[in-house]
Ligand binder design. Sequence first.
Ligand code: UDP
Ligand code: MG
Length: 168
Amino acid sequence: MAIQATLILIKPDGLKKSLTGNILTRLSETKLEIVGAKIVRVSRELAEEHYKHLKDKPFFEDLIKYIQGEFHGRRKVMALVYWGEDAISKCRTLAGATNPEEADPTTIRGAYGRITTSGVYENVIHVSANEKEAEREIKLWFKPDEIIVNIYPTKEIIEKEKKVRIWA
Ligand code: UDP
Ligand code: MG
C-alpha cells in the first residue's frame, strides 16, 4: 500500500457531455482526497508535452486537437489531483481500458467513451498510469501552491521583474 497522487483530466468530450458530476461521483467511490482542481485552457505546447510519449503515433495530431478541445468547441479541460492510498490503480480501474469499446461498460470510459469515425478514442478522462508519469504530469499541470498537500519536494526562489496579472 502506497500513498500516491494521480492526475485526472476530464477531457473536452467529458465537459461537453456534461459528465463532470457523474465522473466525480464515480471517482468518489475511491474515498481518495481531491487536493488540487482547476479548469485549464490547453495550449498546444502543454498538449504536446503531456502526450510526448505518443509523438510518433499516427493519431498524435488528432489527439492534440482532441485534448485542446477542437472537436468539441470547448477549449478547456478540468484538471484534478487525487491523493491517497493506491490512488493510481484505484483511479485507473474506475476509468477502464484506453479503448472505450474494450473498456468494461461499468467503467467511466466504457460507459461514456466512443471511438470517432477518424479513429480517436474519445474516452472522457485521463488518469496517470504509474507513479513516475503521475509526478511528471502533476508538475506539468499544477504549481506547488495549487495543491494543498506537499506531494513532491519544493524550493523557494525570488523571481525578479516578472509580469503577472492582478485584479484591476
Ligand atoms: N489514443 C487513441 N488511440 C490509440 C491510443 C490512444 O486515440 O490507439 C488516445 C486516447 O484518448 C488515450 C490517449 O491517446 O487516452 C493517451 O494514450 P495512452 O496510451 O497513454 O492511454 P491512457 O493512458 O489514456 O489509457
Ligand atoms: Mg497514458
